[in-house]
Write a protein that binds this ligand. Structure first.
Ligand code: PEP
Ligand code: MN
Length: 345
């Protein structure tokens, strides 16, 4: 249920309502909006909780949340959630871009690409240190050494580090180095992991599972939100279909569809979504055109030598041109995007 408080409700009134919700055996999530504060009362309904809460003097009205996902729903919070980490801003009319290699490979590689993507306008640096690979014989990532190199690249550039965490027990380690914890597509329904990143309080990039429905995707986000962590970015990264011409099929309608249902920011990953480098720039542009709050793009100083996902990785020059084109599209739509920076000598 959404407990809508009266406009006059102050801190003490909010506290009283929260206590009341908790006394009813429900979990209370306070959502402070620009217009008014609401308390989402989540949990199993047993009796006449709605009537009880409606009768409180601080309460304007109590309405049921119809969507299966409660805190993620726009019904609970009509205003967009904006996730801000360092200079990376995603949502609320600002397009935030995360770019970098599929995997961290060496200091030279990650620092060079970090500088290049920052100059082109990215404000987040991606790079896998723990890699979920289809084959156990493929490169599995540099692990903690990779995290250390990401932190070094952040020191050099100020970019927010976005990197994947694969198990609940890795969360503490990865959180020590990262700014945003990435939940990979294969782990979208790893509920223990979702709860662990929720508890960490860190910003989370949640990728859609290749076979997940929209409700499953939002319910996965709900696991994180339910831990009191609202810094969640959703990412469409392509789904498995009968098509074989691309690695996955990238359904861009996900963006406007989710926009109608959730306040969480939604970004697109055209690298994994297509698996083909030449398709990445046009799909980046298309993602911005459908209103994506950002992009996550695989960029490598020399894509042909990338240790993972070489075929879908673009070079820094192509990335810079793509960003320029995206910026023009964003501007047309009244969205803002971070500027390219003058190249320092
Ligand atoms: C990645 O971002 O490198 C990755 C493995 O992505 P996904 O989980 O979407 O496959
Ligand atoms: Mn990859």
């Amino acid at each position: 249920m959404i407990v809508v408080l009266k406009k006059t409700a102050d801190e003490a009134a909010i506290r009283r309502v929260v206590q009341h919700v908790e006394r009813l055996g429900l979990k209370a999530h306070v959502i402070v909006g620009t217009q008014r504060t609401v308390v989402a009362a989540i949990g199993e309904k047993r009796g006449d909780e709605r009537e009880t809460l409606s009768s409180l003097p601080e309460v304007e009205q109590v309405v049921p949340i119809l969507a299966p996902y409660k805190i993620a729903s726009r019904e609970t919070r009509p205003e967009p959630t904006v996730v801000r980490v360092r200079e990376l801003v995603v949502g609320g009319g600002h397009v935030g871009v995360i770019a970098g290699p599929c995997s961290v490979e060496s200091e030279e590689q990650i620092v060079e690409v970090a500088r290049a993507v920052k100059a082109a306008g990215a404000r987040g640096l991606r790079g896998g240190a723990f890699k979920p690979r289809t084959s156990p014989y493929s490169f599995q990532g540099l692990k903690e050494e990779g995290l250390r190199l990401l932190a070094l690249a952040r020191e050099e550039t100020g970019l927010a580090v976005v990197t994947e965490v694969m198990t609940p027990h890795q969360v503490e380690l990865v959180a020590r180095y990262a700014d945003v914890l990435q939940i990979g597509a294969r782990n979208m329904q790893n509920y223990n992991l979702l709860q662990a990143v929720g508890e960490s309080g860190m910003a989370v990039l949640l990728k859609r599972g290749p076979a997940a429905t929209m409700d499953e995707f939002l319910l996965a986000a709900e696991y994180i939100l339910d831990q009191g962590n609202t810094n969640v970015i959703l990412c469409e990264r392509g789904i498995r279909t009968f098509e074989t011409h691309t690695r996955f099929t990238l359904p861009l309608a996900t963006v406007p569809y989710l926009r109608e249902r959730t306040h969480l920011p939604i970004i697109v990953d055209p690298s994994h979504g297509t698996g083909i480098a030449s398709l990445v720039p046009p799909m980046c542009r298309a993602a911005i055109a459908v209103g994506s709050d950002g992009l996550i793009v695989e960029v490598h100083p020399d894509p042909s030598r990338a240790l993972s996902d070489a075929a879908q990785t673009i070079d820094p020059e192509t990335f810079a041109e793509t960003m320029e084109a995206c910026r023009r599209i964003a501007e047309t739509l009244g969205l803002t995007m971070d500027e390219a920076l003058p190249v320092s000598s």
